[in-house]
Write a protein that binds this ligand. Structure first.
Ligand SMILES: *Cc1c(COP(=O)(O)O)cnc(C)c1O
Length: 443
C-alpha cells in the first residue's frame, strides 16, 4: 500500500480491502501470499490463455535466455528467433505476404500504426490526411494517441482526446437500436452515419480507421450483424485503411485464429499483443498486409528510414516465448478447446441472463459479458451508486473467483485451457454471488 501506485484500480476498494498480492499460478488458478487460490475467469488480462505455469512456455524462455537473452532490432540487426517469429506470424495471418513490426505492448503497437499512417500519407503528398476514426466504447490503449482513440469518458481526466481523433457509433444493437429497427437496419444506419462523418470531415483528411473485431474493454460487444460488411465498402470508397486491433481477439479468443476472419473484416493491417506470448512476456506486433507493407517500405526508403523504434521491440525472449505460444495454441489443441467448450460457456452466460436484473448476455468463443439493468424491458441501467458489478466481483473474489466488473456488466474471458467442469464451477459461483449481492442491496 505504501510503495505501489495502482492504475485502473478502484481506490476505495483498494484502501478498504488492500491489494491481492500473488505469488504463483497453477493451470487456470493463481495463488495469493496467504495461499488462497483463485480461478481466473479473465486469463489475467485476456492474455494468460495457456494458464499460469505452462512448462513448454517456461522452458522456451529459459532456453532462449541461455542462448541469447536480449537484443534490439535497430540498424538492420535482429535476433534469429525474431525472424522466425515474423515468418510464423505472416503464415498464421490472413495475409498472403506482409511485414511485421514489434513493440512491447498493444498501446505502442496502435500508436506506431498511427505514425505509420501519418508518414505514409505525408510522403504520398497528402499531409492533411491525419484524422483517426475509432468508435465509442473502443479500447486501443493508454498512450497519448491511443487514449485519444479509446472511446471512454475517463480520458477526459487527461484533457483527451486530442483534436483529430474521431469516434463513430458503437455497433451494440441491444443498447443502441431504435424501436422496431432490425439488426441489419441498425448496421446500415451506423454505416450511413460513418459515411456522413467522413464526408463532413473531408474524406481526404482521414488517415485510417481502427476497429476491434469484438470490442473488449468496452464490455465485450460483438459487432451487429452485417456491420463490417456495411462499413468496408465505405472505407474502400474513400481510400481509408482499416486496421484491425486484434489485441484481444488475435490467436483464438473468438474460436477463429483471428477476429478479422470470424467477422470478415479484410483489414489492411492487424495489431496483436496480449495472447501473442500467452501473457509470459511483454510484446506487441503489427502485421502489415501486402499493400500497406509495401507502401510503407517505399516511403521509408524515400525518407532513408522509418524513424521509429522501441529499444526492447523484437526482444528475443519475447520472440521465443511467442513462437512457443503460437505453437501451443495451434498444435496443443488450445484453439480446438476454445471451439469445444465455447457452447458450454455461452450457455452459462445465457443462464446468468435469466436473472431478473440481467438485461443481455452476449459473447463469442471464450469472451462474454452479462449486462445488468434495473428493468429488463426498458433496459434502464441500475443505479450506478449501488456499484452492483463491483460488489459481485468483490464477493466472487472472496469465493475464489476472479471476474471483472465493467460499467454495468460482468466480463468473462477464461483461459483457452478451461474445462467444461471448470466452466460449470465458474457459473455456479457467479449465480450464487449474484443472488447474494442483489439480496444484500435489497433488490
Ligand atoms: C489491452 C488492449 C490494448 C492495449 O494493450 P496494452 O498492452 O495494455 O498497451 C489495445 N487494444 C485492445 C483491443 C486491448 O484490449
Amino acid at each position: 500500500m505504501e510503495s505501489v501506485f495502482h492504475g485502473f484500480t478502484d481506490l476505495e476498494t483498494l484502501n478498504r480491502d488492500g491489494p491481492v498480492v500473488l505469488t504463483h499460478g497453477e493451470g487456470i488458478h493463481v495463488f495469493d501470499v496467504n495461499g488462497k487460490a483463485y480461478m481466473d475467469a479473465n486469463s489475467g488480462l485476456w492474455n494468460n490463455v495457456a494458464g499460469f505455469n505452462h512448462p513448454g512456455l517456461i522452458e522456451a524462455i529459459c532456453q532462449q535466455a541461455r542462448r541469447f537473452p536480449g537484443y534490439h532490432a535497430f540498424f538492420g540487426r535482429v535476433a534469429d528467433t525474431t525472424v522466425a517469429l515474423s515468418e510464423k506470424l505472416l503464415q498464421l495471418s490472413p495475409f498472403e505476404s506482409g511485414r511485421v513490426y514489434y513493440t512491447n505492448s498493444g498501446s505502442e503497437a496502435n500508436d506506431t500504426v498511427v505514425k505509420m499512417l501519418w508518414m505514409l500519407h505525408r510522403r504520398n503528398g497528402q499531409p492533411q490526411r491525419r484524422k483517426i476514426i475509432t468508435r465509442l466504447n473502443a479500447y486501443h490503449g493508454v498512450t497519448v494517441a491511443t487514449a485519444s482513440m479509446t472511446g471512454k469518458a475517463y480520458n477526459a481526466e487527461f484533457g483527451l482526446p486530442l483534436p483529430g481523433f474521431l469516434h463513430a457509433d458503437c455497433p451494440h444493437y441491444w443498447r443502441f437500436a431504435r424501436p422496431g429497427e432490425s439488426e441489419q437496419e441498425f448496421s446500415l444506419r451506423l454505416a450511413r452515419s460513418l459515411e456522413e462523418m467522413i464526408i463532413k470531415e473531408g474524406p481526404d483528411t482521414i488517415a485510417g480507421m481502427f476497429c476491434e473485431p469484438v470490442q473488449g474493454a468496452g464490455g465485450v460487444i460483438p459487432p451487429s450483424e452485417g456491420y463490417f460488411e456495411a462499413i468496408r465498402p465505405i472505407l474502400r470508397k474513400y481510400g481509408i485503411p482499416l486496421i484491425a486491433d486484434e489485441v484481444i481477439t488475435g490467436f483464438g479468443r473468438t474460436g477463429e485464429m483471428w477476429g478479422s476472419v470470424k467477422y470478415d473484416l479484410q483489414p489492411d493491417a492487424i495489431v496483436a499483443s496480449k495472447c501473442i506470448t500467452a501473457g509470459y512476456f511483454p510484446m506487441g506486433a503489427i502485421i502489415l498486409g501486402p499493400a500497406l507493407g509495401e507502401a510503407l517500405t517505399r516511403v521509408s526508403e524515400a525518407a532513408e528510414e522509418f524513424p521509429h523504434g522501441f529499444t526492447a521491440g523484437g526482444n528475443p525472449l519475447a520472440s521465443a516465448v511467442a513462437l512457443k505460444a503460437l505453437e501451443v495454441i495451434e498444435t496443443e489443441g488450445l484453439l480446438d478447446n476454445v471451439r469445444r467448450v465455447s457452447p458450454r460457456f455461452l450457455a452459462g452466460l445465457k443462464g446468468l441472463a435469466e436473472h431478473c436484473y440481467a438485461g443481455e448476455a452476449r459473447g463469442v468463443g471464450l469472451m462474454g459479458a452479462v449486462e445488468l439493468v434495473s428493468d429488463k424491458n426498458s433496459k434502464a441501467p441500475l443505479d450506478g451508486r449501488l456499484q452492483i458489478p463491483e460488489r459481485i466481483a468483490n464477493k466472487a473474489l472472496g469465493k475464489g473467483l476472479i471476474c471483472r466488473p465493467l460499467g454495468q456488466a460482468i466480463v468473462l474471458g477464461p483461459p483457452f485451457i478451461i474445462t467444461e467442469a471448470q466452466i460449470d464451477e465458474m457459473f455456479a459461483i457467479l449465480q450464487e454471488t449474484m443472488a447474494e449481492v442483489f439480496s444484500d442491496v435489497g433488490l
